[in-house]
Ligand binder design. Structure first.
Ligand SMILES: C[S@@+](CC[C@H](N)C(=O)[O-])C[C@H]1O[C@@H](n2cnc3c(N)ncnc32)[C@H](O)[C@@H]1O
Length: 367
């Protein structure tokens, strides 16, 4: 197996390809991406066969912004015989992995892909049995073992391979299934909820998304993101000239500031979170968020960068580099991650956590 399949949002294949090529080269893994516009995936073919497994082990999955999943696969299986689709799939994975913990029969996130999902569900049952009979798959699901992926790109046509459970997306098709809360003021509430799932480990939620924390929501109206914060019993300053949903104001946990988010200055010294969904140039938002972190106005920030039509990958890299440089120049040690979430459209979501600041007197993690 010498190829890596990267699932992505349809329309972002070029960004996904540019990113994997650059980040693989950073590990001295060289290869070339195969891109088909709007296909919902990219294939990265390594020149050296053994490099592909090294890549899925050593390239941290959460460092990839545009990939929803990263799977080591073999050659494309074409024209699977209708009377026995299972045997060729087994033939491809047998010897490559044993005692896997899970099986996912998946498709790209496109309309054509979704039409195959029913078939995938049906195939999963006999395939699982056959894999178990050969000890390729454990009899019980195990989240610490590799995951087998069968990725159907067309009818009768699939890639077969695996990912490592400590370096992949835990979600089927790389997409977390979140239910829209019927009392939330806007669908974009799901963006912030997904961001929490992606950026904050579940066992740290009690500490980092704790009840009673103070948060600021810049560009808050009508209140979908604020909803996520109030649901976790936080107190929120919501900044936006537009109107907030009455249901959000009725919680009694929100103060609405009808102001420009770029000029707003918090008066409370104990703000843990700032979140920002203002529709603005990415550079302006990135600079603003870096300033908030440098001034010690918050500990963690989650914000969206709306991407331009062209040179989107370059724009993302420049913005992240600027944030990193600014924080470093000011003695701030921070973790910076970014992801194009499933609920993001022409945008990505960035998370920055301030770990400590070297400037005396500034509030930090060691206080
Ligand atoms: C995409 S909407 C936010 C949706 C919100 N996150 C939600 O979940 O309901 C963008 C918001 O940013 C606000 N906005 C844009 N520029 C702003 C600025 N300079 N200051 C404050 N709000 C701004 C707009 O009024 C708009 O309500």
């Amino acid at each position: 197996m010498n190829k890596i399949a990267l699932y992505c949002r349809p329309g972002f294949e070029k960004e996904c390809a540019a990113e994997i090529t650059e980040k693989a080269a950073g590990l001295e893994v060289y290869g070339f991406p195969r891109v088909k516009d709007n296909s919902g995936y990219v294939m990265f073919e390594c020149y050296q066969r053994e490099d592909a497994e090294r890549l899925i082990k050593e390239l941290p999955f959460n460092s990839l912004i545009f990939a929803r999943q990263m799977v080591l696969v073999g050659e494309l299986l074409r024209n699977l015989p209708v009377e026995d689709r299972v045997s060729p799939i087994i033939g491809m994975i047998d010897g490559a992995v044993e005692n896997a913990g899970d099986l996912r029969v998946e498709v790209p996130d496109t309309n054509e892909g979704k039409e195959l999902l029913n078939f995938c569900r049906k195939l999963t049952v006999p395939l699982r049995q056959a894999l178990r009979a050969r000890n390729i798959l454990l009899s019980k699901e195990n989240s610490h073992r590799p995951v087998i992926h069968v990725f159907f790109i067309a009818s009768g046509c699939c890639y077969v391979g695996y990912s490592f459970s400590n370096n992949n997306s835990p979600f089927f098709m790389g997409i977390p299934r979140l239910r829209f809360p019927s009392d939330a003021p806007s669908r974009s509430t799901l963006k912030l909820e997904e961001a929490f799932h992606v950026f904050i480990p579940a066992d740290e939620w009690d500490e980092r998304l704790a009840s009673g924390m103070r948060a600021v929501d810049l560009g808050a109206c009508p209140g979908g993101w604020t909803y996520q914060l109030t649901k976790r019993s936080m107190m929120v300053d919501a900044v936006d000239n537009g109107p907030m949903a009455q249901s959000i104001m009725d919680t009694g946990q929100v103060v609405h500031h009808q102001e420009d988010g770029f000029r707003y200055e918090p008066t409370n010294p104990n703000i843990y979170w700032v979140v920002c969904d203002m529709v603005e140039k990415p550079w302006r938002v990135s600079s603003l968020m870096a300033d908030w972190l440098i001034k010690g106005w918050c500990r963690e920030a989650i914000f969206n960068l709306k991407l331009p039509m062209k040179k989107r990958y370059e724009e993302v890299c420049q913005n992240l580099k600027m944030i990193e440089d600014k924080l470093k120049e000011n003695g701030i040690n921070a973790q910076i991650s970014a992801k194009q979430l499933y609920h993001d459209r022409e945008e990505i979501t960035v998370h920055v956590r301030r770990i400590w600041a070297s400037v005396p007197g500034r509030r930090d993690e060691r206080d």
